[in-house]
Write a protein that binds this ligand. Structure first.
Ligand code: CUA
Length: 344
């Protein structure tokens, strides 16, 4: 596995303490509480077993007889585990039920589809219509429950954002629901948690939690951009907003990048709202310039990684469905990257 890619942006997002012990919302908190309870029970049972072992070897005769008796087997071997395990089972089932409660109306709704090997992310309006298409990045409002509608386009994947909720499988032909809620703003890592073939370990995403008002603004702005009607020949996006040496002429031209993007065939798989690029097989690129990561959560997003990804994605993430465009010159790659940077 390519270590450079694997130790990319996700490592920075996961950090220390481990996210399962650092919950950032009520659903994750209740899972952490259960995890600590399991740990405490494990310590207790281990302690009891070691004590019993000690008594069996070196304890007084009277105790050793009791330990070998039928009563000890009934209590220690059958009744105690049955009570403890049944209690934990009921706790776990109740917790799962709270994570999968159906929609009541107040929640934001986002459809996330697992694909080989990335996440399609679609924001839904209350009627269930798609208003924003995105990929590999999940934006959430603070302190508001969000229902994720989980699907798969091919094989079984699983979505896990350990800071915010439990993990839930994405199964072909089935819709699973998972509730997430964040009680602090920030960026959190997520992964595919079910082996789904070659680059499974490189299938991640970034979650960003915004203040509720910022989230509403974000969603409205993106929905407006997504609804722009197609105007053939236009060059979408603002001029690339990249700091550069004022003495040097701008080397890469987004307009030139758009023509290369269109004529190289990128538009067959990728959509950019408001343009003729309307391929739906790969990630929607309407907002790719504002994403934090590339390649499904494995590279930080900047011009260098964008150029590298387009030129040689097969070395970075072997087996992924995007071919390497190593026939493009460095100059051409720079134009395309400058164009994509401008898609906010
Ligand atoms: Cu998708 Cu593992």
């Amino acid at each position: 596995m390519n270590k450079g890619a694997a130790s990319g942006i996700m490592e920075a997002l996961w950090g220390w303490p481990p996210p399962v012990l650092d919950p950032a919302g009520p659903y994750a908190s209740s899972i952490t509480t259960l995890a600590w309870a399991l740990f405490a029970m494990g310590v207790l049972v281990t302690g009891i077993v070691i004590a019993a072992l000690y008594v069996a070897i070196k304890g007084p005769e009277r105790w050793r007889e009791k330990l070998g008796g039928e009563k000890a087997v009934w209590i220690g071997g059958i009744a105690f585990p049955a009570v403890v395990l049944t209690g934990l089972l009921i706790w776990g089932l109740a917790l799962t039920a709270s994570l999968t409660e159906p929609i009541t109306g107040r929640e934001a709704r986002v459809r996330v589809t697992g694909e080989l090997w990335w996440f399609r992310v679609e924001y839904l309006d209350p009627a269930g219509r798609v208003i924003v298409r995105d990929a590999n990045e999940l934006h959430l409002p603070l302190d508001r429950p969000v229902v994720l509608e989980l699907r798969s386009a091919d094989v079984v994947h699983s979505l896990w954002i350990p800071h915010l909720s439990g993990k839930m499988d994405m199964v072909p032909g089935r819709i699973n629901q998972l509730r997430v809620e964040a009680s602090r703003t920030g960026r959190f890592g997520g992964v595919c948690a079910e082996y789904c073939g070659g680059p499974h370990a490189l299938m991640g995403f970034v979650t960003q939690v915004h203040e509720a008002a910022d989230y509403d603004r974000w969603l409205a702005a993106h929905a407006a951009r997504q609804a722009e009607s197609v105007s053939p020949g236009m060059v979408p996006g603002a001029p690339a907003d990249v700091p550069r040496d004022p003495a040097a002429p701008q080397r890469y031209d987004p307009a030139q990048g758009w023509r290369l993007f269109r004529d190289t065939g990128c538009a067959a798989c990728h959509r950019i709202a408001g343009t003729e690029a309307n391929g739906l097989a790969g990630p929607d690129l309407t907002h790719v310039g504002s994403r934090l990561s590339l390649g499904a959560g494995i590279l930080p997003n900047h011009r260098g990684t964008m150029i590298g990804w387009i030129a040689d994605s097969q070395s970075i993430k072997p087996g992924n469905r995007m071919p390497s465009y190593d026939r493009l010159s460095a100059e051409e790659l720079g134009h395309i990257a400058a164009f994509l940077e401008a898609q906010k």
